[in-house]
Design a protein around this ligand. Sequence first.
Ligand code: ATP
Ligand code: MG
Length: 573
Amino acid sequence: MNEESKTNESDTSRHFLKQWIAEDVAAGKTGGCVTTRFPPEPNGYIHIGHAKAICIDFGMATAFGGQCNLRMDDTNPSKESDEYAESIKEDIHWLGFDWGKGYYNAADLFDQMYEIAENLVKSGHAYVCNLSQEEWKAYRGVPTEPGKESPTRNRSPEENLALFRRMRAGEFKEGEQCLRAKIDMSSPNIHFRDPVIYRIMHVPHYHAGTKWCIYPMYDFAHPIEDAYEGVTHSMCTLEFEVHRPLYDWAIDRMDEMGLLVVRNGVKIRPQQREFARLNLSYTVMSKRKLLQLVQEGHVENWDDPRMPTVCGLRRRGYTPEAIREFCERIGVSKFNSQTDVALLEYCLRDDLNKRSTRRMAVLDPIKVVIDNFEEGAIPFAEAQNNPEDPATGTRQIPFSKEFWIEREDFMEVPAKKFFRVTPGQEVRLRGACFFTCTHVLKDATGAVTEIHGTYDPATKGGNAPDGRKVKGTIHWVSAKHAVQIPVRLYDRLFTVPDPLGVPNKDFLEFLNPASVKTVTGYGEPALAEAKAGEKFQFERLGYFCADSKESQPGKPVFNRTVTLKDSWTPQKA
Ligand code: ATP
Ligand code: MG
C-alpha cells in the first residue's frame, strides 16, 4: 500500500487528493492557480460516474480558489459528435459547475501534437512501425518477460521522419503503419513498452474536419493537453494508474522541448493521480453498454428515466443537490467497490423532502361513497403545500360524497395491525373527517367494486372534538373533482446488483421486465397545473415529477422519481 492509500478516506473533507494538492500549493508548485480539468470524450452522454469525477475536478479547483477546465477529449473521431459535446456542457451546468473561459477541444491541439511527434522522431524518441496489431501485441509480450523489439525500432530518425510524413499525407492504409514511442521493451509495465502514440484513421473529425488521417492516441494526447492548458493536477480513474509512467514520460519530453507553461514564474509540470471509479448497484456505468441499451431499444433514449445518465436522472426527477450530496458522501478512495444505489436514493429523498410540493393522488383507485354525507357539508380540506417549508402556504382540496382511495388501503378481512379502511374501523381522511366503512359492493366474481360508509360531521377538518384518536390516516381524491393523470412507475433497470459481473451471462439477461409500468391515476385538481419538470410528493406514495418531455400545459405526465421508503428486496444473481 502506498502513502496515499493510508489516509483516512472516509474523511472527505481531507481525502488524499486534497492533501496532495494542499502540499503542492504549499510548495509553490501551482504558480498561484490550482488548475484541474474534466476531460470527457464526446462519445456518449455522461452518467453518474462522470458526475463523481466532475464533483472532484471542479470541487478541488473551487476548494483551492483555482480553475477547472472543460476539455472535450476528442482524439478518436470515429465515435464522437457535437450532439454529445453539447449534452455534456448542458449536464455539467445543470450539476452546478462552470468552466468559465476554460473550454478546450483536444482537436485544437492536433497541430502541436503533430509537431511534438515529429520532434520525438527527430530526437530518436519515436519510430514508425509496420507490425500488424496482432504482431505488435505478440512482440510486446507479458509483464514477466521482456518484450521483443520491432524490426524497425532502430531505423534512422531521417527514415522515420519521411515515413511519418507519408503517414500524415495519407499514403498508407489504416493499420499499415503507426508511430511508437521508443521507451523500454523490457519494462515490467507493458504500457511502457514502446506504446503506439499515433495511428492512421481515414475518418473525418467532427471538430477538425478532414484535415487529418492520423490521430494521436489518448495516452499521448492527454499529457500534452494538460501541459498546454497549464493543468497542475490531473485526476482520473484508477485504470489510468498503469499509464502514469507514460504520462510523465511525455511531460519530460515537453519539458525538454521547452513547452511547459510558465505561470507567475513557475514552470507548471502537470501531475496525474487516480481515484476509484463509481460503480453503482442495479445499473451499468459504461458508455458503450449504455449506447447498446439505446441502440437496441431496451430503453427509450439516453434520457430514459431509468438510465444512470445525468439527463436520465434529471428527467426522472433527481436534483443536482441530491447528486452532489451523494458524491460528497461516497468520498474519494483508491479502492474499487460497488456503491449501493440505496445511498443515492437516500440523498434524493432527503433533498426532495425539503423542496417538493405535497399533493394527493390515488394510483390504484377504488371508489368510496359516504352514505350520510350531504353534498357541500365539507366543501374542502385544507392542507399545507410543504410542511418543511411553511412559506409555501396552504391550499384547499375539494372534498365530496364520493372519492377515490388506494385499493391497498382497504381490506375486507383485515390483517393484524391493519389500521386503514376495513368494516367497522374508524380512519381519518386526511384533512377532511373521520370515516367508518359499513359495507361493500361486489361484482359477479366477488371483487369489491365500491366501499360504503358513514362519517362523523363533528370531525370536520380531520380531528375529533372529544379527543378520540384513530390509528390510520389515508389520502383520497374527490371523484367529481379528480383529474386523470398518466403516471409511469419506474423501478430498477436490472434485477441484480452487478449485471456485468455474473459469469457466463450477458447483462441483458438481467434487464428488469418491470422497470416501468404505466398507470392512470386520479389527482387533486391542482395537479392539472403541474409544469414540466415540477417536483411533488404524492402523499404516502413517493416523489414524482412532471415529465419534462411529454407534459403539455394542463396535461402533465408524471414520472415516479423514487418511492417514499426503500421497499426493494434484492434478488440473488
Ligand atoms: P465509460 O467507462 O463510461 O465509457 P469513459 O471513462 O470512457 O467512461 P470519459 O469520457 O473518458 O469516459 O471520462 C471522462 C472522465 O470521467 C475521466 O477522467 C474518467 O476517469 C471519469 N470517469 C468515467 N467513468 C467514471 C466513473 N464510473 N466514476 C468516476 N469517474 C469516471
Ligand atoms: Mg475514456
